[in-house]
Write a protein that binds this ligand. Sequence first.
Ligand SMILES: Nc1nc2c(c(=O)[nH]1)N[C@H]1C(S)=C(S)[C@@H](COP(=O)(O)OP(=O)(O)OC[C@H]3O[C@@H](n4cnc5c(=O)[nH]c(N)nc54)[C@H](O)[C@@H]3O)O[C@H]1N2
Ligand SMILES: Nc1nc2c(c(=O)[nH]1)N[C@H]1C(S)=C(S)[C@@H](COP(=O)(O)OP(=O)(O)OC[C@H]3O[C@@H](n4cnc5c(=O)[nH]c(N)nc54)[C@H](O)[C@@H]3O)O[C@H]1N2
Ligand code: SF4
Ligand SMILES: [Mo]
Length: 748
Amino acid sequence: MATLPRNEQDIIAQFGPQRAYAHGERLETDVVPDRLVKTHCCFCGQQCGIQLKVKDNTVIGFEPWYDFPFNKGMLCPKGVKRYLQGAHPDRLLTALQRDPASPGGFQPLAYTAAIERVAAEIERIQHEYGNNAFSIISGASLTTEKTYLMGKFAHMCLKTSHIDYNGRLCMVSAGAANKKAFGVDRSANPWQDMLHTDVVWISGANVAECAPITTSYVWQARENGAKIIVVDPRITPIARTCDLFLPIKPGRDIALFNGILHLMIKNDWLDHDFIERSTVGFDALAAHVQEWTPKRTAEVTGIAQRGIEQAAEWWGQAKTSFLMHARGIEHHTHGVQNVLGAINMVLASGRIGRPNCGYGTITGQANGQGGREHGQKCDQLPGARDLANPEHRAHIADVWGMDVAAMPQPGVDAYELFRKIESGEIRGMLSICFNPKVSLPDSDFIARMLDKLEFYVAIDFFLNDSARHADIVLPGSLQEEDEGTVTQVEGRVIKINRALDCPGEARQDWRIIQDIAKQLGRERGFTFTSPREIFDELRRASQGGIADYSGITYEKIEQQGGVFWPCPSVEHPGTPRLFEPGSWNPVAKGAGPFYFPDGKARFNVAPYTPPAEDVDAEYPLILTTGRVISQFLSGTQTRRIGPLVDQYPVPRIELHPQLATQLGIGDNDWITAESRRGAITLRAQVVRTIRPDTVFVPYHWAGRKSINRLTIAAQDPISKIPEYKVCAVRVFKAAGPPAYADELEPQQ
Ligand SMILES: Nc1nc2c(c(=O)[nH]1)N[C@H]1C(S)=C(S)[C@@H](COP(=O)(O)OP(=O)(O)OC[C@H]3O[C@@H](n4cnc5c(=O)[nH]c(N)nc54)[C@H](O)[C@@H]3O)O[C@H]1N2
Ligand SMILES: Nc1nc2c(c(=O)[nH]1)N[C@H]1C(S)=C(S)[C@@H](COP(=O)(O)OP(=O)(O)OC[C@H]3O[C@@H](n4cnc5c(=O)[nH]c(N)nc54)[C@H](O)[C@@H]3O)O[C@H]1N2
Ligand code: SF4
Ligand SMILES: [Mo]
C-alpha cells in the first residue's frame, strides 16, 4: 500500500476534496465533522437508524444512533460502510447520451438537453403507437414520496397502464397471500413481540446475513427461553444457533406447512375459540390436509419424519409464538401458496393480534413496505387501493384533479413488460432504481429486449448494467441527498433526512420526473417544491384506504421515533400491532379485527405443486440463489465499496462434500453449472451446510458472473414473482478456467 501523505492539503491535492475522505485516504477519525445527521441505512428493509458524519458536502463516517428503537445503535457491515459509495469515481455527475464511438459508449450531455430528448421521445412513441407503448419500471429503494410520484407520473402525466416495480421480484407473494388471508399487506407485529415468545419459526430467511439486526431479536428471545425452528436447505448462520433445523428440499414448503397443520388437528393443538370467532374456511382446509401425514410430508420435503413431528409438537403446544418468512418460501411459482400455508398454521394456533404473538414477512429493500403501497404496482393506486375499482379511481382522480375516464386501467407485471417489448407493444421505457438485466431471471432475454427498445432512459446515480443499454442516462440522487419517508419491516413509517446536496448536474429523483412532465407541457400536478408537499398530498390520497397515512406527519415521526400505519387521524397514535381484538380498521368498521367486511381472517386451501422445472436425468440438481451478507442485490452499490468487496469478492458455487466427491470436484476447483438457459463457470465452494441435492450461488454480480443467466422466468400465477429459488441444473468439473477467469480472481 502506498504511503499516505499526512498533511491535509497534500491529501486533498492528491485525491480531491470529495474522494479524500470517502476512500479512507484521510482517516475519518482525524476529521471533525461539520454536523451529524440522524437518518437511516440505505440498504435493507430493517432500516436501521444511523447518524452520518458530514463535512464539506461529503459523508465521512457515521456514529451509532442509540435512541432509534429498532436497532438501538447496532449496524451490519453494509450499514457501516455505506457512506463509501458516495464519492466513488463512477458517480454520475452529468447526463449521458449513447455514443458508440466514445470510450465507454456514452458522452456527457447537458441536463436540459437530456430532458428535452427524453420528453421528445416519450411524445413521439406515445403519438405513433399509443400511450401504453411507453412503460416505466421503478423501485422500492426509493422513498415513499418518490414511489407515489412515479405512480402519479404514469397514470396522470403519461396516461400509460405500464408501470411496475422491482418489488415484483421481492415482496409480491407475501403481499398477495397477506391480502387473501388478512385483507391487508403488512407485518402484523412490531419485532418487540418476538422477545418473550415461546417459539420463533423462521422459514426461508437467511436472517443473520439478510436481516442482520433481526438476529438480535431472535437471540434475545432464545435467551428468554424461546425455542427457535429454522427451515432452509442450507444451514445458514442463524440455523447454527437454532434448536431445530429442518433441511427442506427447495420448493416444498407448502407440503411442510400442510403436514404441520395435519398434526395440529390430529393432536387437537388448535385454538377452537379463535377459529370459530375470528376466521372462516377452516373445515375445507382441515379436509385438505388430511392426506398430509408425517410420512407423506417427509417424502415430499426430504425432512426426517422425526423433525416434522418435533416441530409440530413445539409449534402446536406453544402458548405464544412468532413466525417469520422471507424470499426462501416466496420466490416460487407457488410462492403465494407457500405463504398461505404459513399463515394457516398461525391462524389455527390463534396466536396473532396479542402481545408476544406474531407473524411477519421480512421485507427486503429499504422501502420494501412503503414502496408497495402507494401506486407504483401495475394494478394499484395510493393507499393500497385498486386501480380497477371504480370508487378507488374516483377518489384518487379527485385528489389529483384529473378526469377519471382518462385514468388508465391496470397494466402488467415487470417481467411481462419485457415480453411486450418482444411483441412490439412496448417501444419505450424509463427505469428508475431498478437493474433488470442483473436482477430478472433468464437475463440474456432481458438484455436483448433492452436493446430492442426504440428508446430507453435510465435514472440512477451509477451507470448500472441495464443503463449501459440506455439511450439517455439521467443522474439521480443518492438516498442521503434527499429527504422523505420509508416504511420499514415492522410497518413503521420513518424519516430519511438529507445530509448532502447533489453533486455536479445530478438532481433529486423527484425533480427529474417533474422536469420531464414540464418539458412535456403537462406540469399540472407536478409542481411540488419539496418532498414534504408530496407527502402531504399522499396523506390525502391514502386517506380512507387500507394503508392510511393521513394522520402521519414528518413532525410526528420525529416525536414518536416512527409511526405505524394505519394512522387515520392526526390524533391517532398509529397501529403497531394489527388485529388486536376490538381494534378498528377501515374495512371491517368494528365487525372484527381482520380487514374484511365481516372482520374475520380467511383460511385458504393451499395445494402442493412441484416447482416449474423439477430435476430430471439430464439436469439432476436443484439450483437455488440468494445473498451473502456483504453484497446488496444487483451489487451496483456494494460492488463499489472496497471493504465489502474484500469480504466476498466473487460468486462461487456452494455444494456439499458428498456431491463434490460424486462429481470428482475438490474445493476451489473450476466447475460449471448449466441450466436449459445458460451456463456459468465459477470456483467450487465445498461446504457441509447445504443439502447434497442442491447447489447455491449468490446473485449480486453482472455479466458473465450473473447467475440469472441460468434461472428460469417461470412466475407465480397470482403474484407473478419469478421462481428464483428453484431451477434444474447439471454441474461438472470444468476443463479449466473460463475465458473470463481474470475477472473472477479476487487479487486482480
Ligand atoms: N446482505 C444482504 N442483505 C439483504 C439483501 C442483499 O442483497 N444482501 N437484500 C435485501 C432484500 S431486497 C431481500 S428480498 C432480503 C432477502 O432475504 P432472504 O430471503 O433471507 O435471503 P435469500 O438469500 O434470498 O433467501 C433466504 C434463504 O432461503 C433459502 N431457500 C432457498 N430455497 C428455499 C426453499 O425452497 N424453502 C426454504 N424454506 N428456504 C429456501 C436459502 O437457502 C436462503 O438461506 O434481504 C434483504 N437484505
Ligand atoms: N437470482 C436471483 N435474482 C434475484 C433475487 C434472488 O434472490 N435471486 N432477488 C430478487 C429481489 S428480492 C430483488 S429486491 C431484486 C432487486 O433488483 P434490482 O432492483 O434490480 O436491484 P438493485 O441492485 O437494488 O437495483 C436498483 C438500482 O437502483 C439504484 N438506486 C438505489 N437507490 C436509488 C435511488 O434512491 N434513486 C435512484 N435513482 N436509483 C437508486 C441502484 O444504484 C441500482 O442500480 O432482485 C431480484 N433478483
Ligand atoms: S441490517 Fe439492513 S438496514 Fe441495518 S445496517 Fe444492515 S443493511 Fe443497513
Ligand atoms: Mo428483495
